[in-house]
Design a protein around this ligand. Sequence first.
Ligand code: UPG
Length: 389
Amino acid sequence: MFAKSTNEKPESIKRVEKVTGRLVIFYEVDICNKSELHKIFKLHKIDCVIHLAAFKYVGESVKTPLAYYVNNISTSLVLLEVMQECRVKKLIFSSSSNVYGNPKFLPVTEDHCTGQNCTNPYGRSKYFVEEILKDVCTSDPDWRVILLRYFAPSGAHRSGLIGEDPLSEHLNLIPCIAQVAAGQRTKIKIFGQDYNTRDGTCIRDYTHVTDIADGHVKALKKISEDLFKGWTAYNLAAGKGYTVLEIIKIFEKVAKRNIKYELFDRRTVGRSWQDDDLKTVKTTKVVGKRYIVLHAGNKNGFIPGADLVFSSSTKNSDYHGEMNQAAKLQNVQTLLEAHFGKEWAQHDNLEWYKNILKGLKDSENENSQDQEYEEEECNSLEDEIAIHI
Ligand SMILES: O=c1ccn([C@@H]2O[C@H](COP(=O)(O)OP(=O)(O)O[C@H]3O[C@H](CO)[C@@H](O)[C@H](O)[C@H]3O)[C@@H](O)[C@H]2O)c(=O)[nH]1
Protein backbone atom coordinates (compact mmCIF):
# COMPACT_ATOMS: atom_id res chain seq x y z
CA MET A 1 0.00 0.00 0.00
CA PHE A 2 1.31 3.46 -0.78
CA ALA A 3 -0.22 6.80 0.10
CA LYS A 4 0.46 10.35 1.06
CA SER A 5 -0.39 10.84 4.72
CA THR A 6 -2.95 13.61 4.20
CA ASN A 7 -5.89 11.58 5.37
CA GLU A 8 -4.50 8.36 6.80
CA LYS A 9 -3.45 7.97 10.40
CA PRO A 10 -0.71 5.35 11.17
CA GLU A 11 -3.11 3.74 13.64
CA SER A 12 -5.54 2.91 10.84
CA ILE A 13 -2.95 0.73 9.08
CA LYS A 14 -2.46 -1.25 12.31
CA ARG A 15 -6.21 -1.68 12.55
CA VAL A 16 -6.44 -2.95 8.97
CA GLU A 17 -3.82 -5.55 9.94
CA LYS A 18 -5.86 -6.53 13.00
CA VAL A 19 -9.11 -6.90 11.06
CA THR A 20 -7.57 -8.80 8.14
CA GLY A 21 -4.92 -10.76 10.02
CA ARG A 22 -2.48 -9.81 7.24
CA LEU A 23 0.69 -7.74 7.26
CA VAL A 24 0.32 -4.46 5.36
CA ILE A 25 3.48 -3.19 3.70
CA PHE A 26 3.05 0.55 3.73
CA TYR A 27 5.09 3.25 1.95
CA GLU A 28 4.42 6.86 2.72
CA VAL A 29 5.00 8.38 -0.68
CA ASP A 30 3.39 10.96 -2.89
CA ILE A 31 2.09 9.10 -5.94
CA CYS A 32 3.15 12.02 -8.09
CA ASN A 33 6.77 11.30 -7.13
CA LYS A 34 7.65 9.14 -10.10
CA SER A 35 11.14 8.08 -9.01
CA GLU A 36 9.93 6.98 -5.56
CA LEU A 37 7.10 5.08 -7.17
CA HIS A 38 9.55 3.36 -9.52
CA LYS A 39 11.63 2.17 -6.56
CA ILE A 40 8.58 0.54 -4.96
CA PHE A 41 7.58 -1.14 -8.21
CA LYS A 42 11.15 -2.51 -8.51
CA LEU A 43 11.13 -3.84 -4.94
CA HIS A 44 7.97 -5.94 -5.31
CA LYS A 45 6.40 -8.24 -7.83
CA ILE A 46 3.16 -6.37 -8.43
CA ASP A 47 0.44 -8.11 -10.41
CA CYS A 48 -2.41 -5.61 -10.16
CA VAL A 49 -2.87 -2.09 -8.78
CA ILE A 50 -6.00 -0.83 -7.00
CA HIS A 51 -5.98 2.94 -7.49
CA LEU A 52 -7.99 4.69 -4.78
CA ALA A 53 -5.89 7.82 -4.32
CA ALA A 54 -7.94 10.96 -4.96
CA PHE A 55 -9.64 13.95 -3.41
CA LYS A 56 -13.27 12.96 -2.94
CA TYR A 57 -15.47 15.79 -1.67
CA VAL A 58 -18.02 17.02 -4.17
CA GLY A 59 -18.65 20.33 -2.35
CA GLU A 60 -14.92 21.04 -1.94
CA SER A 61 -14.32 20.31 -5.63
CA VAL A 62 -16.81 23.02 -6.61
CA LYS A 63 -14.80 25.53 -4.57
CA THR A 64 -11.32 24.34 -5.61
CA PRO A 65 -11.69 22.74 -9.04
CA LEU A 66 -8.03 23.08 -10.03
CA ALA A 67 -6.83 21.26 -6.92
CA TYR A 68 -9.18 18.42 -7.83
CA TYR A 69 -8.13 18.24 -11.47
CA VAL A 70 -4.41 18.46 -10.65
CA ASN A 71 -4.53 15.93 -7.83
CA ASN A 72 -6.96 13.38 -9.26
CA ILE A 73 -5.68 13.41 -12.81
CA SER A 74 -1.93 13.86 -12.32
CA THR A 75 -1.66 11.09 -9.72
CA SER A 76 -3.34 8.78 -12.18
CA LEU A 77 -1.07 9.82 -15.06
CA VAL A 78 2.14 9.29 -13.07
CA LEU A 79 0.91 5.97 -11.74
CA LEU A 80 -0.04 4.78 -15.23
CA GLU A 81 3.33 5.81 -16.65
CA VAL A 82 5.19 3.93 -13.93
CA MET A 83 2.95 0.89 -14.38
CA GLN A 84 3.54 0.93 -18.12
CA GLU A 85 7.32 1.27 -17.68
CA CYS A 86 7.37 -1.58 -15.15
CA ARG A 87 5.04 -3.72 -17.30
CA VAL A 88 2.32 -3.90 -14.66
CA LYS A 89 -0.82 -3.65 -16.77
CA LYS A 90 -3.75 -4.54 -14.55
CA LEU A 91 -5.57 -1.73 -12.79
CA ILE A 92 -8.73 -1.49 -10.69
CA PHE A 93 -9.82 2.14 -10.62
CA SER A 94 -11.92 3.67 -7.92
CA SER A 95 -14.44 5.68 -9.93
CA SER A 96 -17.77 7.20 -9.02
CA SER A 97 -21.44 7.23 -9.91
CA ASN A 98 -20.79 10.94 -10.40
CA VAL A 99 -19.56 10.10 -13.92
CA TYR A 100 -23.21 9.57 -14.94
CA GLY A 101 -24.16 13.16 -14.07
CA ASN A 102 -27.90 13.68 -14.04
CA PRO A 103 -29.21 10.24 -14.99
CA LYS A 104 -31.30 9.94 -18.11
CA PHE A 105 -32.95 6.71 -16.91
CA LEU A 106 -33.30 4.71 -13.72
CA PRO A 107 -31.91 2.52 -12.41
CA VAL A 108 -28.58 3.78 -13.71
CA THR A 109 -26.83 0.87 -15.39
CA GLU A 110 -23.24 0.70 -16.57
CA ASP A 111 -24.24 1.37 -20.18
CA HIS A 112 -25.67 4.79 -19.21
CA CYS A 113 -23.69 7.52 -20.95
CA THR A 114 -20.96 9.15 -18.89
CA GLY A 115 -19.43 12.61 -18.80
CA GLN A 116 -22.51 14.45 -20.04
CA ASN A 117 -23.93 16.80 -17.44
CA CYS A 118 -21.44 15.91 -14.72
CA THR A 119 -22.46 18.30 -11.98
CA ASN A 120 -19.12 18.97 -10.31
CA PRO A 121 -15.33 18.93 -10.87
CA TYR A 122 -14.86 15.85 -8.69
CA GLY A 123 -17.17 13.81 -10.92
CA ARG A 124 -15.59 15.22 -14.06
CA SER A 125 -12.08 14.35 -12.80
CA LYS A 126 -13.20 10.73 -12.41
CA TYR A 127 -14.76 10.80 -15.87
CA PHE A 128 -11.54 12.18 -17.40
CA VAL A 129 -9.43 9.46 -15.79
CA GLU A 130 -11.89 6.81 -17.02
CA GLU A 131 -11.46 8.14 -20.55
CA ILE A 132 -7.65 8.13 -20.22
CA LEU A 133 -7.79 4.52 -19.08
CA LYS A 134 -9.98 3.55 -22.04
CA ASP A 135 -7.43 5.15 -24.39
CA VAL A 136 -4.60 3.26 -22.70
CA CYS A 137 -6.50 -0.02 -23.19
CA THR A 138 -7.09 0.80 -26.86
CA SER A 139 -3.39 1.53 -27.39
CA ASP A 140 -2.13 -1.73 -25.91
CA PRO A 141 -4.17 -4.98 -25.67
CA ASP A 142 -2.11 -6.14 -22.70
CA TRP A 143 -3.75 -3.55 -20.46
CA ARG A 144 -6.71 -4.69 -18.33
CA VAL A 145 -8.79 -2.15 -16.44
CA ILE A 146 -11.85 -2.42 -14.20
CA LEU A 147 -13.69 0.82 -13.41
CA LEU A 148 -15.59 0.52 -10.15
CA ARG A 149 -18.24 3.21 -9.93
CA TYR A 150 -19.11 3.70 -6.26
CA PHE A 151 -22.49 4.93 -5.12
CA ALA A 152 -22.10 6.95 -1.88
CA PRO A 153 -19.82 4.63 0.13
CA SER A 154 -20.77 4.80 3.79
CA GLY A 155 -20.44 3.08 7.13
CA ALA A 156 -17.72 1.35 9.09
CA HIS A 157 -16.33 -2.13 9.71
CA ARG A 158 -18.58 -4.02 12.10
CA SER A 159 -15.71 -4.44 14.58
CA GLY A 160 -15.80 -0.67 15.09
CA LEU A 161 -12.04 -0.64 14.50
CA ILE A 162 -12.14 0.99 11.09
CA GLY A 163 -14.51 3.77 10.21
CA GLU A 164 -14.37 7.29 8.93
CA ASP A 165 -12.82 9.98 11.08
CA PRO A 166 -12.53 12.78 8.57
CA LEU A 167 -9.99 15.54 8.99
CA SER A 168 -11.53 17.72 6.30
CA GLU A 169 -14.10 20.40 7.06
CA HIS A 170 -16.04 19.01 4.10
CA LEU A 171 -17.90 15.94 5.18
CA ASN A 172 -20.00 13.30 3.57
CA LEU A 173 -23.52 13.03 4.86
CA ILE A 174 -23.24 10.07 7.21
CA PRO A 175 -20.02 11.09 9.08
CA CYS A 176 -21.57 14.53 9.44
CA ILE A 177 -24.75 13.11 11.00
CA ALA A 178 -22.55 10.96 13.27
CA GLN A 179 -20.68 14.06 14.46
CA VAL A 180 -23.97 15.81 15.27
CA ALA A 181 -25.14 12.71 17.17
CA ALA A 182 -21.83 12.64 19.08
CA GLY A 183 -22.14 16.31 20.01
CA GLN A 184 -19.11 17.36 17.91
CA ARG A 185 -21.33 19.54 15.75
CA THR A 186 -24.51 21.34 16.62
CA LYS A 187 -26.49 20.64 13.47
CA ILE A 188 -26.36 19.35 9.95
CA LYS A 189 -26.82 21.51 6.88
CA ILE A 190 -29.14 19.87 4.36
CA PHE A 191 -28.11 20.98 0.88
CA GLY A 192 -31.14 21.30 -1.36
CA GLN A 193 -34.85 20.92 -0.61
CA ASP A 194 -36.15 21.41 -4.14
CA TYR A 195 -35.35 18.01 -5.65
CA ASN A 196 -38.11 16.08 -7.36
CA THR A 197 -38.17 13.44 -4.63
CA ARG A 198 -40.45 12.16 -1.85
CA ASP A 199 -39.56 14.95 0.57
CA GLY A 200 -37.63 17.37 -1.65
CA THR A 201 -34.18 16.35 -0.39
CA CYS A 202 -31.64 14.56 -2.55
CA ILE A 203 -31.71 10.78 -3.00
CA ARG A 204 -28.52 8.73 -2.92
CA ASP A 205 -27.88 5.03 -3.04
CA TYR A 206 -25.77 4.59 0.12
CA THR A 207 -23.52 1.56 -0.20
CA HIS A 208 -21.83 -0.05 2.79
CA VAL A 209 -18.03 0.10 2.75
CA THR A 210 -17.66 -3.63 3.38
CA ASP A 211 -19.78 -4.31 0.28
CA ILE A 212 -17.51 -1.94 -1.63
CA ALA A 213 -14.50 -3.88 -0.29
CA ASP A 214 -16.10 -7.17 -1.45
CA GLY A 215 -16.57 -5.58 -4.87
CA HIS A 216 -12.81 -5.03 -5.06
CA VAL A 217 -12.04 -8.63 -4.15
CA LYS A 218 -14.43 -9.79 -6.90
CA ALA A 219 -12.87 -7.33 -9.35
CA LEU A 220 -9.42 -8.74 -8.57
CA LYS A 221 -10.66 -12.23 -9.49
CA LYS A 222 -12.41 -10.97 -12.61
CA ILE A 223 -9.45 -9.04 -13.99
CA SER A 224 -7.26 -12.14 -13.75
CA GLU A 225 -9.65 -14.35 -15.74
CA ASP A 226 -8.09 -15.58 -18.99
CA LEU A 227 -10.90 -14.17 -21.10
CA PHE A 228 -10.82 -10.67 -19.57
CA LYS A 229 -9.82 -8.07 -22.15
CA GLY A 230 -9.60 -4.26 -22.27
CA TRP A 231 -11.77 -2.40 -19.79
CA THR A 232 -15.08 -3.03 -18.04
CA ALA A 233 -17.12 -0.84 -15.70
CA TYR A 234 -19.15 -2.07 -12.71
CA ASN A 235 -21.50 -0.11 -10.48
CA LEU A 236 -20.99 -0.77 -6.78
CA ALA A 237 -24.37 0.09 -5.30
CA ALA A 238 -26.98 -1.18 -2.88
CA GLY A 239 -29.79 -0.64 -5.40
CA LYS A 240 -32.08 1.40 -3.13
CA GLY A 241 -32.22 5.16 -2.71
CA TYR A 242 -32.84 7.16 0.48
CA THR A 243 -33.38 10.88 0.84
CA VAL A 244 -31.20 12.99 3.14
CA LEU A 245 -34.15 13.47 5.52
CA GLU A 246 -34.86 9.73 5.59
CA ILE A 247 -31.22 9.03 6.48
CA ILE A 248 -31.42 11.58 9.33
CA LYS A 249 -34.63 10.01 10.66
CA ILE A 250 -33.18 6.48 10.49
CA PHE A 251 -30.06 7.69 12.32
CA GLU A 252 -32.19 9.35 15.02
CA LYS A 253 -34.09 6.11 15.53
CA VAL A 254 -30.99 3.93 15.73
CA ALA A 255 -28.85 6.31 17.82
CA LYS A 256 -31.83 7.43 19.93
CA ARG A 257 -30.64 11.02 19.56
CA ASN A 258 -32.22 14.11 18.16
CA ILE A 259 -30.32 15.30 15.05
CA LYS A 260 -30.77 19.01 14.43
CA TYR A 261 -30.71 20.20 10.84
CA GLU A 262 -31.08 23.35 8.80
CA LEU A 263 -32.09 23.68 5.15
CA PHE A 264 -29.70 25.28 2.65
CA ASP A 265 -29.44 25.69 -1.12
CA ARG A 266 -28.00 22.93 -3.25
CA ARG A 267 -24.26 22.37 -3.07
CA THR A 268 -23.85 21.74 -6.81
CA VAL A 269 -25.91 21.87 -9.96
CA GLY A 270 -28.19 19.18 -8.67
CA ARG A 271 -27.78 15.54 -9.27
CA SER A 272 -30.35 13.35 -7.66
CA TRP A 273 -31.53 9.87 -8.36
CA GLN A 274 -35.08 11.19 -8.03
CA ASP A 275 -37.94 9.15 -6.74
CA ASP A 276 -37.91 5.40 -7.25
CA ASP A 277 -41.56 5.56 -8.25
CA LEU A 278 -41.03 7.99 -11.08
CA LYS A 279 -40.49 6.32 -14.41
CA THR A 280 -38.51 9.13 -15.97
CA VAL A 281 -36.22 11.79 -14.65
CA LYS A 282 -38.10 15.05 -14.60
CA THR A 283 -36.81 18.56 -14.78
CA THR A 284 -36.15 19.81 -11.32
CA LYS A 285 -38.77 22.23 -10.09
CA VAL A 286 -37.47 25.61 -9.13
CA VAL A 287 -38.89 26.99 -5.95
CA GLY A 288 -39.03 30.74 -5.51
CA LYS A 289 -38.53 33.72 -7.69
CA ARG A 290 -36.83 33.44 -11.09
CA TYR A 291 -34.99 36.16 -12.91
CA ILE A 292 -35.08 35.96 -16.68
CA VAL A 293 -32.37 37.66 -18.70
CA LEU A 294 -32.79 38.33 -22.37
CA HIS A 295 -30.11 39.68 -24.71
CA ALA A 296 -30.43 41.03 -28.21
CA GLY A 297 -27.85 41.55 -30.91
CA ASN A 298 -26.48 40.41 -34.23
CA LYS A 299 -23.25 39.08 -35.70
CA ASN A 300 -21.41 42.15 -34.42
CA GLY A 301 -22.23 41.27 -30.87
CA PHE A 302 -24.80 42.16 -28.29
CA ILE A 303 -26.34 45.60 -28.32
CA PRO A 304 -25.11 47.55 -25.33
CA GLY A 305 -27.90 47.86 -22.83
CA ALA A 306 -30.18 45.63 -24.86
CA ASP A 307 -30.81 43.21 -22.17
CA LEU A 308 -33.94 42.77 -20.27
CA VAL A 309 -34.14 41.36 -16.83
CA PHE A 310 -37.39 40.74 -15.15
CA SER A 311 -38.44 38.67 -12.22
CA SER A 312 -41.06 36.07 -12.76
CA SER A 313 -43.87 35.93 -10.25
CA THR A 314 -44.66 32.26 -10.87
CA LYS A 315 -43.01 29.60 -8.80
CA ASN A 316 -43.27 26.85 -11.34
CA SER A 317 -40.58 26.30 -13.92
CA ASP A 318 -42.71 27.27 -16.89
CA TYR A 319 -42.29 31.01 -16.82
CA HIS A 320 -42.20 31.39 -20.60
CA GLY A 321 -45.77 32.51 -21.05
CA GLU A 322 -45.19 35.30 -18.61
CA MET A 323 -41.82 36.18 -20.08
CA ASN A 324 -43.23 36.57 -23.55
CA GLN A 325 -46.06 38.85 -22.78
CA ALA A 326 -46.25 41.49 -25.47
CA ALA A 327 -45.32 44.21 -23.03
CA LYS A 328 -42.01 42.59 -22.25
CA LEU A 329 -41.15 41.99 -25.89
CA GLN A 330 -42.19 45.49 -26.71
CA ASN A 331 -39.29 46.69 -24.54
CA VAL A 332 -36.89 44.69 -26.66
CA GLN A 333 -38.48 45.95 -29.86
CA THR A 334 -38.02 49.53 -28.68
CA LEU A 335 -34.38 48.88 -27.87
CA LEU A 336 -33.74 47.22 -31.23
CA GLU A 337 -35.40 50.02 -33.12
CA ALA A 338 -33.39 52.59 -31.22
CA HIS A 339 -30.24 50.79 -32.29
CA PHE A 340 -31.00 49.64 -35.84
CA GLY A 341 -33.82 52.00 -36.78
CA LYS A 342 -36.18 50.46 -39.31
CA GLU A 343 -33.39 48.08 -40.39
CA TRP A 344 -34.42 45.82 -37.63
CA ALA A 345 -36.77 42.99 -38.38
CA GLN A 346 -37.75 39.93 -36.56
CA HIS A 347 -36.70 36.84 -38.41
CA ASP A 348 -39.47 34.80 -39.94
CA ASN A 349 -38.43 31.67 -38.15
CA LEU A 350 -39.26 33.27 -34.83
CA GLU A 351 -42.91 32.62 -35.51
CA TRP A 352 -43.78 31.94 -31.95
CA TYR A 353 -42.57 35.29 -30.69
CA LYS A 354 -44.15 37.05 -33.64
CA ASN A 355 -47.47 35.52 -32.72
CA ILE A 356 -47.12 36.71 -29.19
CA LEU A 357 -46.43 40.21 -30.43
CA LYS A 358 -49.62 39.93 -32.49
CA GLY A 359 -51.38 39.09 -29.25
CA LEU A 360 -52.16 35.46 -30.04
CA LYS A 361 -52.62 33.19 -27.08
CA ASP A 362 -50.48 30.07 -26.62
CA SER A 363 -53.32 27.81 -27.75
CA GLU A 364 -53.68 29.68 -31.05
CA ASN A 365 -49.97 29.63 -31.64
CA GLU A 366 -48.87 26.91 -34.07
CA ASN A 367 -45.31 26.62 -32.90
CA SER A 368 -45.76 27.17 -29.22
CA GLN A 369 -45.34 23.52 -28.46
CA ASP A 370 -41.81 23.42 -29.73
CA GLN A 371 -39.68 25.85 -27.90
CA GLU A 372 -36.56 23.72 -28.35
CA TYR A 373 -36.97 24.02 -32.13
CA GLU A 374 -37.14 27.75 -31.71
CA GLU A 375 -33.94 27.87 -29.71
CA GLU A 376 -32.13 25.70 -32.22
CA GLU A 377 -33.23 28.02 -34.97
CA CYS A 378 -31.91 31.00 -33.02
CA ASN A 379 -28.55 29.30 -32.64
CA SER A 380 -28.28 28.67 -36.35
CA LEU A 381 -29.09 32.27 -37.15
CA GLU A 382 -25.92 33.82 -35.92
CA ASP A 383 -25.62 35.90 -39.07
CA GLU A 384 -29.09 37.28 -38.81
CA ILE A 385 -30.55 39.79 -36.51
CA ALA A 386 -32.35 37.65 -34.01
CA ILE A 387 -33.76 37.76 -30.60
CA HIS A 388 -31.90 35.21 -28.58
CA ILE A 389 -33.43 33.99 -25.39
O1 UPG B 1 -23.50 17.98 5.28
C1 UPG B 1 -24.06 17.44 4.32
C2 UPG B 1 -23.44 16.49 3.48
C3 UPG B 1 -24.15 15.96 2.43
N1 UPG B 1 -25.43 16.34 2.20
C4 UPG B 1 -26.18 15.77 1.07
O2 UPG B 1 -26.17 14.35 1.21
C5 UPG B 1 -26.11 13.73 -0.06
C6 UPG B 1 -24.93 12.80 -0.08
O3 UPG B 1 -23.72 13.58 -0.02
P1 UPG B 1 -22.31 12.93 0.31
O4 UPG B 1 -22.42 11.99 1.46
O5 UPG B 1 -21.33 14.06 0.44
O6 UPG B 1 -22.02 12.04 -0.98
P2 UPG B 1 -21.83 12.43 -2.53
O7 UPG B 1 -21.79 13.88 -2.76
O8 UPG B 1 -22.87 11.68 -3.27
O9 UPG B 1 -20.39 11.86 -2.86
C7 UPG B 1 -19.97 10.63 -2.29
O10 UPG B 1 -20.44 9.57 -3.08
C8 UPG B 1 -19.86 9.50 -4.38
C9 UPG B 1 -20.51 8.36 -5.11
O11 UPG B 1 -21.88 8.60 -5.28
C10 UPG B 1 -18.37 9.30 -4.22
O12 UPG B 1 -17.78 9.15 -5.48
C11 UPG B 1 -17.79 10.51 -3.50
O13 UPG B 1 -16.39 10.37 -3.31
C12 UPG B 1 -18.44 10.64 -2.16
O14 UPG B 1 -17.98 11.83 -1.52
C13 UPG B 1 -26.01 14.86 -1.10
O15 UPG B 1 -27.30 15.13 -1.57
C14 UPG B 1 -25.54 16.05 -0.28
O16 UPG B 1 -25.96 17.29 -0.82
C15 UPG B 1 -26.06 17.28 2.99
O17 UPG B 1 -27.22 17.63 2.76
N2 UPG B 1 -25.36 17.80 4.04
